[in-house]
Design a protein around this ligand. Structure first.
Ligand code: NAP
Length: 273
């Protein structure tokens, strides 16, 4: 789908320096859309953006800390020529996220502040603030696509993950309401909710479990895969394919729950609202 200006929609992906976000940036760029590759670690963002340019895409790295709205303003200012050339940012993918584990009564007592607040700041207020910054101009233009990467943790509970689960539930509840208000306005808001994904975040989870239990990394990875209803870890490529489908489509207010594994040669997806 082309923009009003006749160019492919410009897409901003947060947390695009590695893992799921990098896969989304890759998928979107190789499908022909220019991409702003945003995160805090600039080495990662530059590496992803350079790779995409080498492969024939258009991409720019950007320093964005989703907990600090000023950094998004600065990135938008720095890239204002590119943004104007493409008629604005038409696609926003809220992917940046963190996940830490602890017993629910000890979550609030981490050395670097309250873990519940920390997760809400990144996983909920981060997407909310990016939406508040970018949705008004999408609404003015009468076109926009917003996809947030939630998690199965936005739909069900997991032991020792109360802060993460609470923040993802907040994102899901917020999106459900906002999508209802956006109905018929040309701007859609949808969610992907993968179960465990094979990404650096899951590598960290594996490391933590290995340290605590003495289990081998391979056993731990197999254990996590077995927790997924589909019996396999979701891949970052599978998530990126579903995100691109939502960016290209007209659905609004849907949740693409990804249980792992495939169905009919495609990544398994339970479409829900
Ligand atoms: N892995 C899973 O099993 C799984 C399952 C379901 C959903 N998810 C969700 O998918 C998303 C991506 O996860 P992933 O597995 O790809 O994680 P990851 O490998 O740890 O990557 C997370 C990305 O988010 C960025 N990020 C973290 N805090 C940020 C901040 N304050 N501002 C801007 N960027 C920030 C990181 O870069 P910097 O640190 O450089 O900023 C990194 O690029 C997250 O929202 C996660 O909750 C993951």
């Amino acid at each position: 789908m082309d923009n009003v200006s006749g160019t492919r929609p410009l897409c901003l992906v947060t947390g695009a320096g590695r893992g799921i976000g990098a896969a989304i940036a890759r998928r979107v760029a190789l499908a022909g859309s220019p991409v702003i590759v945003a995160a805090r670690s600039q080495d990662d963002c530059v590496a992803v953006a350079n790779e995409l340019v080498r492969r024939g895409g258009r991409a720019w790295p950007a320093y964005v800390d989703v907990t600090d709205p000023a950094t998004l303003d600065e990135a938008l200012l720095e890239l204002s020529d590119e943004i104007a050339e493409h008629g604005g940012i038409a696609w926003l993918v809220n992917n940046a996220g963190i996940a830490e584990t602890a017993p629910f009564l000890r979550h609030g007592r981490g050395g670097d502040g309250d873990t519940y607040e920390k997760h809400l700041r990144v996983n909920f207020h981060g997407p909310r603030r990016a939406i508040e910054r970018l949705a008004p101009s999408m609404l003015e233009r009468g076109h926009g696509r917003i996809v947030s990467v939630a998690s199965s943790a936005g739909l069900i509970g997991y032991p020792y993950a109360a802060a993460y689960v609470a923040s993802k539930h907040a994102l899901v509840g917020y999106t459900r309401c906002a999508a209802l208000e956006l109905e018929g306005k040309g701007v859609t808001m949808n969610l992907v909710a993968p179960h465990y994904v094979d990404s650096p975040m899951t590598d960290q989870t594996v490391e933590r479990i290995v340290k605590k239990t003495g289990r081998s990394a391979a056993d731990t990875r197999a254990f996590l895969a077995a927790q997924n209803p589909g019996g396999a870890l979701v891949t970052t490529d599978e998530v990126s394919a579903v995100v691109l489908e939502l960016l290209n489509g007209a659905q609004n207010g849907v949740i693409a729950e990804m249980p792992g594994g495939s169905a009919g040669g495609k990544p398994a997806v339970n479409w829900r609202t």
